[in-house]
Design a protein around this ligand. Structure first.
Ligand code: HEC
Length: 182
């Protein structure tokens, strides 16, 4: 190897070592109780598991950072996806979205899943549990479509896995002959 090549390689290695001093912040933002999509809508368990493993690392406050997030510049690149993902759509803040925004985001979720745009294509390479079969895509998208149709409600009854109608909280009764004011 010529001296020039050796120097160039040494320089690159030096830069790489220096980059490692600039680690990303892996602290997850706090979780506000009662705002999480899965909590609010309690989907069937297979749907909940798919959303959690295929979307939550980038669209919620529960990111599990892989070991290679500690290698820069890989970590910066991951962090960019996570910040951008949360900015566009944050399942940890779902309950704070107004009804029309929920409906719109649910519609986009169904679209992105059907068009194979989400999860981001690079993600399943290192997250095999996020590789969606055509049947899984169909089921997930169909669930988001029902959510879109009922997104004005916090707990759309049609989406709940195990809540028979008679267990739903009763609407307040109008005051009248059967329900006198005490
Ligand atoms: C590896 C990170 C990552 C994963 C995993 C991921 N997303 Fe995303 N998502 C992003 C990023 C980054 C954007 C913004 C840029 C873009 O649209 O490509 C985005 C954008 C979106 C948008 C567009 C929102 C808007 O208002 O523009 C939707 C909808 C979405 N994702 C749904 C999902 C769903 C549903 C899943 C799971 C099936 C998922 N994403 C998984 C990173 C991710």
């Amino acid at each position: 190897m010529s001296t020039l090549v050796k120097r160039a390689l040494g320089g690159l290695l030096g830069v790489f070592v220096l980059l490692q001093f600039f680690q990303i912040d892996k602290t997850n933002p706090p979780i506000t109780a009662g705002q999480d999509l899965l909590q609010l809508t309690s989907p069937p368990s297979d749907v909940a598991a798919l959303i959690k493993s295929a979307c939550y690392d980038c669209h919620a406050h529960t990111t599990a950072y892989p070991w290679y997030a500690s290698i820069q510049p890989v970590g910066w690149w991951l962090k960019g996806h996570i910040e951008e993902g949360r900015e566009h759509l944050n399942f940890s803040d779902w309950g704070s979205y107004p009804a029309d925004k929920r409906a719109h985001k649910a519609e986009e979720c169904a679209e992105e899943i059907r068009e194979q745009e989400m999860p981001l294509k690079v993600y399943p390479i290192t997250h095999p549990e996020a590789r969606l079969s055509p049947e899984q895509r169909d089921r997930l998208a169909a669930w988001f479509e029902v959510l879109q149709a009922s997104a004005g409600q916090d707990t759309p009854a049609r989406l709940r896995k195990d809540m028979p109608m008679d267990k739903l909280p009763k609407a307040p009764q109008p005051v009248g002959a059967d329900n006198p004011v005490e």
